[in-house]
Design a protein around this ligand. Structure first.
Ligand code: OAD
Length: 247
C-alpha cells in the first residue's frame, strides 16, 4: 500500500482528526510567513515587535507594525487550502482545527470551533486589566489607545515570553492525544509549546502527516511528509478521498 492510500484508508475509519496549522497555510493568501527566506522575522525584530518589553519600550512602533499587518490581513481572502480544510471538517465531523495563525482565515473559509493558540490580530484588549477594547484603533491622533482603567491597549496576539491561552492549549492537547490522524500543515514547528502537539499526537498513536514544501524540525517524526503547498495538496486530497470512498 502506498503512503497516500494508507492515509486515505486511515481517514475513512478515524473518529478523531486534527488539522494543526501555521503561517504557511496563508502564504497563498498573500500573508507573509515568519521564518521562510524573506519572511517577517528576516525583516523585523521579534524582540522589538512581538514581546511585552518591546511594546513597553515603544508602543507607537509596535502599533504601527500591527496596523500594517492588519491592513494586509483585512484585504486578504482564504485560499483553496483554507476552503479544503473547512470542507474536511464537514466531512469528518470530529476534525478539530488548531491554528497558530492570527489572521482568522480559517473562520472566513467556514471552519468551526477553531482553536487559536496565538490569539488573533483582529481584536484588542487592555494590557493591564485584559478588558476587551471595542473602539477602532486610530493612530492618526499620535496617541496610544488607552483603556478606561488607564492601561494601554494592545493587540490580542500572544507575544514571545507570554503564556498561551490555557483553555485553548488544554483543548489542543486533548484533541492531539485523542487523534488517530494528525495533520501538521504549513508550520516550521519551531515555536513551543505549540510545536509539541504533533509529537504528543504521535506518542499517543496518531498517524502524523506533514504538509509543507520544506523539511521542518519535526519531519523525522512524521509517518508521511507531503512536500507540496497546502493550497495545492489539500483540494487534491479531498478528490482522492471521494474516489477512495466510491471504489
Ligand atoms: P513559520 O514562518 O515559522 O513557518 C512557516 C512554514 O510554512 C515553513 O515551514 C514553510 O516551509 C511552510 N510553507 C511556506 N509556504 C507554504 C505553503 N504554501 N503551504 C504549506 N506550507 C508552506 O510559521 P509558523 O510555524 O506558523 O508566533 O510560526 C509559528 C509562530 O512563530 C507564529 O505563530 C508566530 C511566529 O513567531 C506568534 O506570533 C506568537
Amino acid at each position: 500500500m502506498n503512503h497516500l492510500s494508507e492515509l486515505l484508508s486511515r481517514l475513512s475509519t478515524a473518529e478523531n482528526i486534527v488539522i494543526f496549522t501555521g503561517a504557511g497555510v496563508s502564504a497563498e493568501s498573500g500573508i507573509a510567513t515568519f521564518r521562510d527566506p524573506g519572511g517577517l522575522w528576516a525583516k523585523f525584530n521579534p524582540a522589538e515587535l512581538a514581546s511585552a518589553d518591546g511594546f513597553m519600550a515603544n508602543p507607537e512602533r509596535v502599533w504601527g507594525w500591527y496596523q500594517y499587518r492588519r491592513n494586509i490581513i483585512d484585504e486578504s481572502s482564504p485560499n483553496a487550502g483554507h476552503f479544503a480544510m473547512a470542507q474536511m471538517q464537514k466531512m469528518w465531523h470530529r476534525a478539530t482545527v488548531i491554528t497558530q495563525n492570527v489572521d482568522r482565515l480559517h473562520q472566513k473559509a467556514g471552519a468551526r470551533g477553531v482553536i487559536e493558540l496565538h490569539g488573533n490580530i483582529i481584536e484588542n484588549h487592555c494590557f493591564e486589566c485584559s478588558e476587551p477594547y471595542l473602539d477602532e484603533i486610530d493612530l492618526s491622533s499620535n496617541k496610544n489607545p488607552q483603556c478606561g482603567c488607564g492601561g494601554m491597549i494592545r493587540p490580542s496576539v500572544v507575544w514571545f515570553g507570554e503564556m498561551l491561552p490555557a483553555l485553548a492549549m488544554k483543548k489542543a492537547e486533548i484533541s492531539a492525544m485523542k487523534s488517530e490522524v494528525f495533520f501538521s500543515i504549513g508550520t516550521s514547528a519551531e515555536v513551543y509549546p505549540a510545536a509539541n502537539l504533533p509529537i504528543l499526537a504521535k506518542e499517543n498513536g496518531a498517524y502524523v502527516v506533514e504538509v509543507n514544501p520544506n523539511e521542518t524540525a519535526i519531519s523525522d517524526y512524521m509517518n508521511l511528509c507531503v512536500r507540496e503547498n497546502s493550497a495545492e495538496f489539500l483540494p487534491k486530497l479531498l478528490i482522492e478521498y471521494k474516489k477512495f470512498l466510491n471504489k
